[in-house]
Design a protein around this ligand. Structure first.
Ligand SMILES: [Zn+2]
Length: 229
């Protein structure tokens, strides 16, 4: 059985505090094309504070780390479809499959190979070795003015506005430099060599986006220096 309190009380877990400073207005509930609340990266907490979902940060960071790992010559699988990720890697050529069969890609108690990125972020058979907190806005909601932007849906084929599709979007104030704080927890089996990739990956995230759009805003990161061996 897994006890939640044990997940973060283990001294072998390394915690990195990160702060996202948002330069542009954030659309609350964006990506509004997402059908469920869990797909919406920016929502509010129960006490009405703005919140960036952990899953949103994890998705962005995995994407950036994949690019860096490929650039460094590490063969890696293709996310985010489980079939094309380790250990299945459907559609990989024989040569590509051979490239992934390397000693560094072995994990304890498993005779299959898992690429560096899967060892960090997990896949359908391997738990993630990096756990993200939601990032919560430091500013109290009563000190944050509410901004409503009128919007309308367009029909791209007909170059017309869609009937009865006028709506209001709630956003945070623009240029408010809102700060969202949270932690990243590196689990004991996190590949030690990959910490530098995490650091570089965070630096590469300069915009937050929804699953289907790019309208969440520009972001800068602040985090404490952490030890790289
Ligand atoms: Zn993989």
């Amino acid at each position: 059985m897994i006890y939640l309190q044990d997940l973060f009380s283990n001294p072998a877990i390394e915690t990195i505090s990160i702060t996202a400073v948002i330069d542009t207005a954030l659309c609350v509930g964006a990506d509004s094309s997402s059908e469920t609340l869990t797909e919406q990266p920016i929502v509010r907490t129960a006490d009405n504070k703005l919140l960036i979902r952990a899953s949103q940060i994890k998705r962005c960071l995995r994407h950036e780390c994949e690019k860096i790992a490929r650039g460094l010559g590490w063969p890696i699988c293709q996310s985010s479809n489980a079939k094309t990720m380790c250990p299945q890697r459907t559609g990989f050529s024989e040569e590509e499959a051979k490239g992934l069969e390397r000693e560094e890609y072995r994990v304890p108690n498993d005779n299959r190979y898992h690429c560096l990125i899967c060892q960090m972020f997990g896949n359908s058979t391997l738990p993630s070795q990096i756990i993200f907190d939601d990032l919560i806005c430091e500013k109290e909601p009563e000190n944050l003015s509410e901004v409503l932007h009128p919007n309308v849906t367009i029909n791209c084929d007909r170059c017309t506005l869609k009937d009865k599709k006028h709506y209001l979007l709630e956003t945070s104030p623009a240029n408010a430099k809102l700060r969202f704080k949270g932690d990243i927890h590196l689990q004991p089996d996190f590949p030690p060599d990959a910490k530098a990739i995490i650091l570089a990956g965070l630096h590469q995230i300069n915009a937050l986006r929804g699953s289907k759009s790019a309208r969440l805003g520009w972001v800068q990161w602040e985090f404490k220096r952490f030890c790289l061996k």
